[in-house]
Design a protein around this ligand. Structure first.
Ligand code: FMN
Length: 217
């Protein structure tokens, strides 16, 4: 009797175990299937978001290439601003290069590095500057953000010849650019980083467009 009861209990435990294992396997398959179905959509959304974020630094340019698919990484150390790897997106109209979009870091911000975009057309003029990330003080250095002030818009259309490199400085240092009232450390860092990026583009323009694009994950 006792043996029959324990055999039944054992069968019951086994069948519960098998049922649980089957349910777990079904759930795991469903999760894997859902992930597979949504991964492509997520990747497309991420690319669209990145392309939209890059767009403001390419104002006034005609281009028809998917910017996010022409990325190259310049491994640190390099001659661009910042100690981390720099990213460059090449921008084309058909086969013709029309601009390069740099993601660089100004090292000497007031509260740390300032990561920002600089778009440069083939003739060496700035097509746009947009700050992506910073820790500058609210109400002071954070006026480098376009929704707080127009400060970064003053670089549009300028180059290393207009003004000459020595005038790439705030007015207080003898340059041509407006400073932010009570916050001149932040503007100095950005102006210097733009000037260095323009100089890098001038020297490395051909190599930038000759490099093969990296495959995006
Ligand atoms: C709490 C605090 C936060 C500050 N934040 C900034 C800032 O974000 N950017 C900046 O350029 N200066 C900032 N400053 C001001 C700088 O210390 C400096 O006085 C200012 O940039 C003016 O520099 P100048 O004397 O060369 O004109 C801050 C100062 C204090 C006390």
């Amino acid at each position: 009797m006792t043996t029959a009861v324990s055999a039944m209990a054992e069968r019951s435990i086994w069948s519960s175990g098998v049922t649980l294992a089957v349910i777990a396997a079904i759930c795991a398959s469903l999760v894997a299937l859902t992930w597979q179905l949504t991964a492509e959509r997520i990747e497309a959304n991420e690319k669209e978001w990145l392309a939209r974020s890059l767009q403001p630094a390419l104002a006034g340019l005609f281009f028809d290439s998917p910017v996010t698919e022409s990325m190259i990484t310049i491994t640190a150390p390099h001659d661009l601003p910042g100690t981390e790897d720099a990213i460059i997106y090449r921008v084309y109209s058909g086969e013709d290069p029309v601009a390069a979009l740099f993601i660089v870091s100004a090292r000497d911000g007031y509260a740390g590095p300032i990561r920002f975009l600089v778009g440069i057309a083939m003739d060496g003029t700035v097509t746009g500057v947009r700050v992506l990330q910073h820790r500058e003080t609210p109400g002071m250095g954070d006026r480098i953000e376009t929704h707080k002030s127009d400060w970064v818009l003053q670089f549009d259309g300028l180059s290393l010849r207009d003004p000459e490199p020595r005038y790439w400085a705030i007015k207080g240092d003898g340059g041509q650019f407006d400073q932010l009232t009570g916050a001149s450390v932040t503007p100095r860092a950005i102006i210097k980083a733009i000037r260095v990026t323009l100089a890098y583009f001038e020297v490395n323009r051909d190599a930038i467009f000759a490099a093969p694009a990296e495959v995006q994950e």
